[in-house]
Ligand binder design. Structure first.
Ligand code: ZN
Length: 307
């Protein structure tokens, strides 16, 4: 459950395997940016302290696939893996081969992030830590908000950022470059916008999480899907604008359809152009926004007055 891209945002996710730099997964540059061959996992640099391997699970909801990050300070033999991704043996063996895996962290419970956790734990012996105790393995303790983890020579601050799901966390690396970096999981994507996995994920929670992230300033954004982005502050601004546009569209639809319009009716009006593969995500998004507008926004927040 990842990204929903619909009008007025451009359709951007039909580019599986192609990165912002125009390189294919095998690193071969193609004239038109398309991929001609895929030769297997490639470890790419994403910031001073991080690299990533793109998992082979592209799709309409997962963009190019899951970015599995590998964290390591200079001169360190051990590494931390964030989001093992799908249970793909080649991908997981590649992650296990990046160094002595000391710790496995997951950003949230969705299978495109966690399905490979058990196998990666098996391959490396490293404990798996997540906010949700059900996704911890090998003696790994549940993550706590504000917790500082030091592993592979890297300082990692755990930030609870519910909204995409209730168990979503971001990992802030304050020493990664000038402004730091933040591994955002699905809370912020490299392109498109995040779908709220309603009713577990709520818009009230999500907006509060954006506020929390905005307070970090302008660290590099290391998303679980899509390209690395240079400034969190700019992305949070874009997300807020997008959410406001969507809420305005939903308010307008309710004015036309009546205040008690169903999720399906509003989705027909607001997401008329989305294909069947993302229709369910569109309905979830509408449901989350209707709940927010009708006063059950989650996160203990009252819904804003209509406008
Ligand atoms: Zn997700």
């Amino acid at each position: 459950m990842l990204s929903l891209v619909a009008n007025p945002r451009p359709l951007l996710f039909y580019s599986a395997g192609v990165h912002r730099d125009g390189l294919g997964r095998d690193g071969s540059k193609c004239k038109d940016g398309s991929v001609t061959s895929v030769s297997g996992p490639v470890l790419r640099r994403s910031s001073g302290l991080t690299r990533f391997i793109l998992a082979p699970n592209p799709g309409p909801m997962s963009l190019d696939g899951t970015n599995s990050y590998v964290l390591r300070a200079p001169e360190q033999a051990s590494v931390v893996v964030v989001d093992p991704g799908p249970e793909d043996e080649t991908h997981l063996r590649a992650l296990a081969g990046t160094g002595a895996v000391e710790l496995i962290l997951v950003t949230h419970r969705h299978a495109d992030h966690t399905a490979g956790s058990g196998r990666l734990h098996q391959l490396t012996g490293a404990p798996v830590r997540a906010m949700d105790p059900n996704h911890c393995q090998g003696g790994g303790e549940p993550l706590g908000h504000g917790e500082m983890v030091r592993a592979a020579g890297v300082d990692i601050t755990v930030l609870a950022t519910p909204g995409h799901t209730s168990d979503s966390v971001c990992f802030y690396l304050p020493a990664d470059g000038q402004a730091g970096s933040v591994l955002t999981g699905d809370t912020i994507l490299g392109r498109g916008t995040t779908v709220l996995d309603y009713p577990d994920g709520t818009l009230g929670d999500y907006l509060a999480s954006l506020d929390q992230l905005a307070a970090l300033g302008a660290p590099t954004v290391l998303p679980a899907h899509g390209p690395v982005l240079p400034s969190l502050a700019a992305v949070v601004r874009d997300y807020r604008t997008h959410r406001e546009e969507r809420l305005a569209q939903i308010r307008a639809a309710l004015r036309r359809l009546g205040p008690d319009a169903s999720v399906g009716e509003v989705a027909d009006a607001v997401y008329a152009d989305v294909g069947p593969s993302v229709r369910r995500a569109a309905e979830l998004s509408v449901a989350a926004q209707l709940t927010y507008l009708r006063g059950g926004g989650g996160g203990g927040q009252a819904a804003p007055a209509g406008r």
